[in-house]
Design a protein around this ligand. Sequence first.
Ligand code: ATP
Ligand code: MG
Ligand code: MG
Ligand code: MG
Length: 474
Amino acid sequence: MTGLADIRSTFLNYFNKQGHEIVPSSPLVPRNDPTLMFANSGMVQFKNLFTGVETRDYKRATTAQKCVRAGGKHNDLDNVGYTARHHTFFEMLGNFSFGDYFKSDAIPFAWEMVTKELAIPKDKLLVTVYETDDEAAEIWKKVAGISDDRIIRIGDKPGGGSDNFWQMGPTGPCGPCTEIFYDHGDKFWGGPPGSPEEDGDRFIEIWNLVFMQYEQFEDGSRRELTAQSIDTGMGIERVAALLQGTNDNYATDLMRALIEDSAHKTSTDPDGPGKTHHRVIADHLRSTSFLIADGVMPSNDGRGYVLRRIMRRAMRHAHLLGSQDPLMHRLVPELVRQMGEAYPELRQAQALIEETLKLEETRFRQTLDRGLKLLDEELSGLSDDQALPGAAAFKLYDTYGFPLDLTQDALREKGRTVDTDGFDNAMAEQKAKARAAWAGTGESADLTIWFDVADQHGATDFLGYDTETAEGQI
Ligand code: ATP
Ligand code: MG
Ligand code: MG
Ligand code: MG
């Protein structure tokens, strides 16, 4: 059992046997939730059940949830191509208790799932708990029988917050959490959680269990919740990777098929110098296709702009592979072959996805080349440690359609950065000019609304660089 379909059904069936309702994934665009750009964890569709605003006829649920983390607080866009474990689109398996069972059941469920159902060897696993959560540490010791040095206590970070304390937002339900890690062995660089090398690719987090224990109030005080709840999330691609004997999500059968298709269609080597390009393309193909299937269309603000940013990033990588013609739409059939059975909406939207990608890529190619040339010219006039001036990044954005993060992605390969404050200033200046120009025409009624929204949120926010307020992390 190593494929996604098997892992998914094993998980859902196990929790179903434990009295959990199998609830379908919600769409990527959260319903009635303007605070969140995209579903980024399994708990998003259950938010109101945790706060008690809504009740349903079940108190336990299990899901395989589509997630996108490409903006806001949980933004993994910049990790893609650089880490072995991050995607912008991924699937999160979860079990949930709404005021029903708590820690003493959630931990044994997770342990049985991981060590029996998935048959992951116990000696490769370690767990983290919040530093003061003695209760969770005790349960782990009893249930898993692992030694104390494999139960790692994690406190708050210097700047506040903790990987092991979860909050939905500044107020509301919150509580400690526990994360399960798999050790891929010393052939990989990295250290255990809490160590300075924790971001390496050796110890990989596979599952996060949140214990919703408190309610946080505005004045900083907390009360113990009467209805304590459980919210968990396990990344299916990371589990598939370890069951397939690799620490690299991009080496799993599904991602590999997409990467090989990208290599084949560009007549390049999947593991050659263009390796990173293929990984980014395969990842972004999934997020863009699933977003379009869920009704998001490329546009110049909000969700649509996040989609456009992801697409254009992928298109630059396709261009760097030497692809002369638009590439992304030609990769959709393989994606549908791989994922269409589990996600019929992909099949249904296939034609729309292909057309949208083709149109976007055809258009973007008209300016991409010239934009990249301009970028090179700008850089050649700077010393190695100078950041790209904000005005240049703004020109790339405004004239050549380069989202800011695409420029940053291009520069990161060269170890360089952008002056983002300068970019924001250039944007603000242009808006002020546009506003002044419109003021004289007597036709500005509608546009002033746009300007006001943009002003309220700041340029980059308005463009979807950071629009989340509520935290949907697990
Ligand atoms: P990491 O620390 O590795 O970035 P996380 O703590 O941010 O992960 P959670 O918010 O706890 O992740 O999400 C629950 C689970 O979802 C994780 O344990 C992991 O298995 C999976 N997951 C999270 N982010 C990603 C991603 N970008 N790509 C693939 N899987 C992910
Ligand atoms: Mg993360
Ligand atoms: Mg983590
Ligand atoms: Mg986590």
